[in-house]
Design a protein. Sequence first.
Length: 405
Amino acid sequence: MERYDCVVIGGGMVGAASALSLAQLGLKVAVVEKVAPKYFSVEQAFDLRVSALSLSTEHLLRQLNAWQQIQQWRSCCYRRLGVWEQEIAYTEFNAKDINQDHLGHIVENRLIQLSLWQQINEHPKVTLYCSNVLASFEQFPEAVELNLTSVETDENVSQIKIKTKLLIAADGANSQVRQLAGIGVTGWDYKQAAMLINVETQLPQQDITWQQFYETGPVAMLPLSGSSESANGYASLVWYHKKDEIKRLSALSNSALTEAVHKSFPKRLGEIKVIDKGAFVLTRRHANQYQQQRILLLGDAAHTINPMAGQGVNLGFKDVKALQTVIATAIGNGESWHAPEVLGQYENIRRKDNLLMMSTMDALYCTFSHPSSLVRSIRNAGLFVANKVPFVKNKALAYACGVSI
Ligand SMILES: Cc1cc2nc3c(=O)[nH]c(=O)nc-3n(C[C@H](O)[C@H](O)[C@H](O)COP(=O)(O)OP(=O)(O)OC[C@H]3O[C@@H](n4cnc5c(N)ncnc54)[C@H](O)[C@@H]3O)c2cc1C
């Protein structure tokens, strides 16, 4: 039976980053992933799933040597962030105000994963079990034994047994590891759903991302990288609304949806043409424990958050960084890096931070979807005042970007 220091279930963005970050410490790591990401070529249309990556995520991806490849493929840098409900309360955040060149980048999730996989494939300490899923595992005081099954065809199903000191669940919101370990979650489904819509814009590539709030939910524009052959740009629009309305919008043809976007989005979007669309339910889940003996939960396996402020995967990457720091410190101090008390420090650090961000998003969600005209006046006054108080505004911005000022 092959033995590893760490086995990561789920080779998505967070799982792949955690595997690399632990291999950087000299640990022998395996990653188990169900589906390989499709290769990239420049003529491919933009994927629907994109993420607004914060500055702290960029730092981590640089440290993992994955950032350069992402930039060579495609990404869109944004320097400004506009937020408003009523025009009078329009608030704009600028990278210059927190002494940064930019606030973040919009990148397709697949490209983030692929660039990390490139590094994994070249790293002598990481083994990838791709097209494999976890079938079962058993915990012993000193190790966890796992049974993997291949997901090829029924005739070719093969079984693999491996053993590890630490099992990392990075298998997403419906984490099988979390369920098999009997770790419960608290959470709920939001009343709103979201639609992601990729569009071609008449405006050229922009350096701003913006969000306008409505009681039915916000609408947002995330710029995508433009094309060198056309003066037009591309963008990912996010349309939050009641579930029934999102269902109705999803059923429209691209040209009918183009009309609907023109009617409902702010004029500053300009003329657009819908290229692709997809709908997503929004859930909040928080695992009751991030650690159970030799099992740790990271990323969406531990927490899913309202994507309103684009923080979900950024929190997952912060989990990765915290785990790497805790284990590096233990190794540096000559301690047993996989002792439960060492691993418990990871939960202590991350639970508070994740909870704070989840609660902030929920407060925003409740405040901006409240129908009362009094609450509307208060929230617009709040944005108006925030715009006039640079200290408050810049602190909030630095927190969202994951930098300190
Ligand atoms: C509409 C929407 C918009 C969003 N926008 C943003 C944004 O702008 N910025 C941001 O930071 N976040 C955003 N998020 C959140 C972000 O997409 C997630 O936080 C992120 O995808 C979580 O990454 P992960 O690696 O933890 O999990 P996942 O991306 O779910 O990856 C899990 C991986 O595990 C694999 N897997 C699952 N089960 C098994 C198994 N049993 N065996 C082997 N492999 C398995 C899966 O194939 C997958 O590759 C958004 C979310 C939504 C819904």
